[in-house]
Ligand binder design. Structure first.
Ligand code: NDP
Ligand code: OXD
Length: 314
């Protein structure tokens, strides 16, 4: 039976290995770099930040599965073989991201950081609270994750809009698309949520020019939430925007260099909330079955789902 190779860096492979073995005891599960077996046995690679050039050394490789929703870590391999690349689309992952986005939008909207600071001072002081239906949230990226987050925020009553590459229609969400729609989308947005993939077109998008255009006349000010990829944000521009009052605060889950180096001034900024790239962690208990289901489909001659469009980059 064709083997599965687990090739991950930056996360613990053990829970994935255990889960794959438990669900598919009949399969050989190889683990890079400890237990490689014969490379010619490997038909499926399950990857997260795998070393460049590894896939090219697997002569019978049929499919590469990203262990997350993003595939930038796979498409960046200059020796990537011409096999389908499949990404994770799963309700478990989607719900985690929705929770994260709703949590951080509400933290800003309800000024929780301010109340935390007041509590440390034993200060009992109430601040003006705008109703959600006066606050404009904008979600960049209306894919699987962006759509779910936008709809959840709209249900909470926020004035939600979304921006994508191609036109979309969503209940209770105003939609914008393409380069032509970006300006109007940003100018009506106070709380900006980024859920775009990392591609050449999105690199460095969250910069000073874009931040300057955010709407900032609401009670709580403009806020940035990046739960997509660190390469989209320009850290120096975000820090300068915080100092100049262009941004009231930011929640950052992702960074160009991860883990975020200890020397980064973002760590100590009082209005920056940092999380360790866990907005929507890939939980092997939920997702190993997703990958194995796809392998079964493939072996039954059914089409793989959620195959990445390499030309588009996501
Ligand atoms: P999808 O591929 O489903 O959606 C991507 C969306 O981005 C689409 O709506 C697409 O538009 C839009 N888009 C892409 N390029 C552009 C562009 N140049 N201009 C405008 N819109 C664009 O991805 P997911 O929603 O599943 O995931 C999004 C990203 O979230 C992942 O790529 C990953 O990087 C990140 N992520 C982060 C996690 C974390 O824990 N921090 C966890 C999971 C994912 P269209 O539909 O028109 O093509
Ligand atoms: C993902 C991620 O892409 O966790 O799924 O970043």
């Amino acid at each position: 039976m064709p083997a599965i190779l687990l090739a991950v860096t930056g996360l613990d492979p053990q829970p994935w290995e255990q889960r794959l073995r438990a669900l598919a005891p009949q399969r050989d599960i190889y683990l890079w770099p400890q237990r490689l077996g014969d490379p010619a046995d490997v038909a499926y690679a399950c990857a997260w930040n795998a070393p460049r050039g590894l896939f090219a050394r697997l002569p019978r490789l049929e499919t590469i599965f990203s262990l997350g929703a993003g595939v930038d870590h796979i498409l960046a391999d200059p020796q990537l073989p011409d096999v389908p690349v499949v990404r994770i689309v799963d309700p478990d992952l989607t719900m985690r991201m929705t929770e994260y986005v709703v949590l951080h939008v509400l933290m800003h909207h309800r000024r929780q950081r301010l109340y935390d600071a007041q509590q440390r001072e034993r200060m009992w002081r109430e601040h003006e609270q705008a109703p959600a239906n006066t606050v404009a949230v904008g979600v960049m990226g209306l894919g699987v994750l962006g759509r779910a987050a936008a709809v959840a925020l709209a249900r909470l009553g926020f004035r939600v809009a979304g921006w994508s590459r191609t036109p979309k229609a969503l209940p209770d969400v105003e939609t914008f698309h393409g380069d032509d729609g970006l300006d109007a989308f940003i100018r009506r947005t106070e709380i900006l949520v980024c859920l775009l993939p990392a591609t050449p077109a999105t690199q460095g998008m969250l910069d000073r020019k874009l931040i300057c255009k955010l709407k900032r006349d609401g009670a709580a000010g403009a806020y940035l939430i990046n739960a997509a990829r660190g390469t989209l944000q320009v850290d120096a521009d975000i820090l300068a925007a915080l100092e100049e009052g262009l941004l009231a605060g930011a929640t950052l889950d992702v960074f160009a260099c991860e883990p975020l180096p200890a020397a980064s001034p973002l760590w100590r900024h009082p209005r920056v909330t940092i999380t360790p790239h866990n907005a929507a962690a890939s939980d092997p208990h939920a997702l190993a079955a997703n990958v194995l289901r796809q392998i079964e489909r493939f072996e039954q001659g059914l089409p793989l789902e959620h195959v990445v469009d390499r030309a588009r980059g996501y």
